[in-house]
Design a binder for this molecule. Structure first.
Ligand SMILES: [Zn+2]
Ligand SMILES: [Zn+2]
Length: 317
């Protein structure tokens, strides 16, 4: 078991996706943020809409406040009651939250509270939200981004054990029974998020992923198996003896790109160390450093939280 004691196991490349996942890589955090963008401000409203238990909700709201994503503002003094509002740092997560929602709608989120559509009040249409470049306005697609080392490139400790345990106790994600995996499950596990992110950097073979992430092979095997079972990655053999495999994104997997990228850009802006982001992302279309906004697929206007209303989920057929 000496390999497990190796310090390499506890190192991962500096990565803004990973940093963002440490902050919001939890199902409840994502649900609370989504409701905040849909207009919730009070404890009871969050509780009703997310279905979270009181203690769960209290803990998450506290964390959101501590991380600087929300602020608590009193609205009543006797007894003292607070409203929870997104700060600028919290509001900047909008593209990521909308893209997570879009993915869950397409790929079968089971959450009863999930709104079925967003209406863009400016144009009056149901908006098909698109992640677009802030500079040139073109939709951001996988092949149109170039990655280069940023000033914050390097390695950092991986505080992953707690998350690892949680994933193992999460039977429907760990199992291979074909049950739907939700974005929040994926993102709730730092290693799954990182394995996914490595795909976007063009790293596809087992050995390469292991080296790229500094991940233990048993953990990598486990995550790849889960991602394949959930039809997010497809495995193909590229060498017979000994058998070696290559992992590629399926369509469902490729569509995680907008939210992974949006999380990364948010992490670059809000969680980077002093020297700057670990990776620079350039948009090939306009050659500028990538910045993302969400636009409306109908009128091309920028979607802001205040311009959007939600269509509640319908009862199942
Ligand atoms: Zn551009
Ligand atoms: Zn519109």
């Amino acid at each position: 078991m000496t390999r497990l004691a190796s310090t390499d196991r506890d190192k991962t490349p500096n990565n803004s996706v990973a940093r963002a996942l440490v902050v919001i890589g939890d199902r409840w955090m994502q649900l609370i943020l989504r409701e905040a963008f849909l207009g919730a401000t009070r404890f009871e409203t969050y509780r009703e809409r997310t279905g979270a238990a009181r203690t769960t909700l209290t803990k998450r709201l506290r964390k959101l406040e501590k991380e600087g994503l929300m602020e608590r503002i009193p609205y009543q003094t006797a007894p003292l009651r607070y409203e929870y509002h997104l700060t600028a740092k919290g509001l900047a997560l909008y593209p990521a939250v909308v893209m997570i929602w879009k993915w869950e709608i397409r790929w079968g989120g089971k959450d009863a509270h999930l709104p079925r559509a967003l209406v863009h009040r400016t144009c009056g249409h149901r908006a098909a939200p698109i992640l677009s470049c802030r500079h040139c306005g073109n939709p951001i697609v996988l092949g149109d981004c170039r990655f280069a080392d940023g000033p914050g490139a390097g390695y950092e400790a991986a505080p992953s054990r707690r998350l690892y345990r949680r994933l193992n106790s999460n039977s429907h994600l760990a199992g291979s029974d074909g049950e739907v995996v939700e974005a929040s499950d994926l993102l709730g596990d730092r290693w799954s998020g990182l394995v996914l992110a490595s795909q976007f950097f063009g790293v596809h073979r087992f050995d390469e992923i292991q080296q790229f992430l500094g991940i233990a092979s048993n953990i990598l095997t486990d995550r790849l198996r889960t991602l394949v079972a959930n039809d997010i990655l497809r495995r193909t053999i590229y060498q017979e003896r000994p058998p070696r495999f290559d992992y590629r994104l399926t369509e469902k997997g490729r569509e995680t790109y907008p939210f992974t990228l949006a999380l990364m850009l948010w992490g670059d802006q809000w969680l980077a160390a002093e020297q700057g982001p670990p990776v620079y992302v350039y948009h090939k279309s306009c050659r500028r450093r990538l910045g993302a906004v969400v636009t409306c697929g109908k009128c091309d206007g920028v979607l802001a939280p205040r311009d959007v209303s939600s269509v509640p989920s319908k009862p199942a057929k």
